[in-house]
Design a protein around this ligand. Sequence first.
Ligand code: BGC
Length: 343
Amino acid sequence: MLKTTFGQSKTGETISLYSFENAKQMKMVLTDFGAILTQLWVPDKEGNLKDVVLGFDTLAEYEVNPTYFGAIIGRSCNRIENGTFKINDISYQLKKNEGENSLHSGPEGYHLRIWKVIETTDNSITFKLDSPNGDQGYPGQLTLEVTYQLTETGIKITYTGHTDQTTIFNPTNHTYFNLNGHSSGTVLEHKLELKAQKFTPVIDSSSIPTGEIIAVKDTPMDFTTAKKVGVDIDSDYDQLNFTAGYDHNYILDKNIDYFVKMVGDKTNIVMKAATNLAGVQFYTGNFIDKLLGKENKLYQNHEGLCLETQFYPNSINETNFVSPILEKDEIRIYWTTYDFSIE
Ligand code: BGC
């Protein structure tokens, strides 16, 4: 592990970068600001290393990070309708930061926090965040530990949550992948297989789920057989019109060894992901909207895509969805792996 200085935060703290390499020369780089994955280098078909995640070069840009590049999202990712919910008959109100709704838990997200590094090993780092009772509007003191491990074939992210009062615990990682390399153009030619026969449709462009669970079969949402990401993205289909591309929660099939397989068309880099969570937000970077990224690359829409494993959006308010509640004194562990190979 190599630790270097990333910069001074606006609050005057020294922020670091932590870099890890494995025997295949894969390299992962993280920062304690936002517990963000800033770089992930993977060998392509010629053995050249490609950085397959979008990001910024400077800490100052991560202190804004409107796209949530590489960050841990919490206490609850995705949307909560009207920013409000009830637990044990008590109503709670979060700040609204997307119209009438709360996205990624409002303006004081965990992606903007300075995390404590509590453990490092040759191939892993554990970040810790103590989120007090009332933080962002949620009940209960939540302790969250996030471990990133560089394995022999990729990365594993593990989330461990503990609370002293019943609360919501629905973290994710918001990495934007581009398997051709972060500065190589759109991901629309990537081939994608998503083992999900169902998804949760949204009511309109606010992206709040209707509460229904419907089949992808015979719709442009279907990736159960591999197809190019862009092949149906411009279909005149309500769900895609609402969100200007894919930005939907898919319900992962049961008993699968991986939920996604994606191939970079220029590099032949294959990524397979697995998780113990039930849903994934498949988001094709529809709102990147010209943002200066690493190595002075001007990122445009669809130049990266996210596979955010999670509880379904607004699940705290939908009786039809699995509840994201963490009970007092319970310890919950969620994990997601992203593995790389060449095809
Ligand atoms: C959401 C998108 C949003 C993005 C923010 C995703 O999780 O589903 O709608 O624009 O986060 O970068």
